[in-house]
Design a protein around this ligand. Sequence first.
Ligand code: PEP
Ligand code: MN
Length: 264
Amino acid sequence: MPYASTAAQLAVTSHFPGKKPLLISGPCSAETEEQLLATCTQLAATGRVDMLRAGIWKPRTKPGMFEGIGKPGLPWLQKARELTGLPTTVEVATPQHVEDALAYDVDVLWIGARTTVNPFSVQALADALRGVKVPVFIKNPVHPDLELWLGAVERLAQAGVADIGLIHRGFASYGNTEYRNAPMWHLPIEMKRRLPELPLICDPSHICGNRTGLAAVAQQSIDLDFDGLMLESHIDPDNAWSDAKQQVTPQRLAELLDSLTWRQ
Ligand code: PEP
Ligand code: MN
């Protein structure tokens, strides 16, 4: 049954997570218990972070790269949650990921850019989330297809997921560009126009692909009235097992957040 993507047709009712700006940080990937706990406790000590992120299952472009520590990383994240008192968020790409993450008290799930592109995967996640009260962020698809992003929101909303948020992580293009994933700001702005009730946060880490551009992209999103930021951090960024070039230490993260001009 075809229908247009409009906010009015969605069953989304609530405004997770409320706080603005919502600041999410943590490593691209959980690597070891020590790395995850050190990163998370240092982030909590900055007093600037509202939620901890960690990639447990990593969708890598090529085989042979680090594809995530998997289920053994979940008790580490659970421990980080207990030690810091901060909620946690994890990327899920399959119904099994949903089941495993929820079994270890993960507070919020997110759907990654490589999953948002696939309606079968999104529908499988929506079916797994039926009747489950957990907030879910949906990253934009890898390529600039707004309808696919809207379609993912609709699939979750139709499955009864009430707390849906959006994450802008930029859009891939071929060849060397200034950005790892071009921000194409008009697209998240249009998404916000179509779904004004959904929180929209920015992920400067995956837009930039390096550390130098993070502050400018974060500032741009604040100026555009985004609702928060997701930024990757690591105790030893240069030696991270994934996305080493774009991660910052918890201390640098705090300095970066301090350097931004926030809306009143
Ligand atoms: C991530 O957040 O580490 C990630 C894999 O992001 P994306 O889905 O935006 O590529
Ligand atoms: Mn990453």
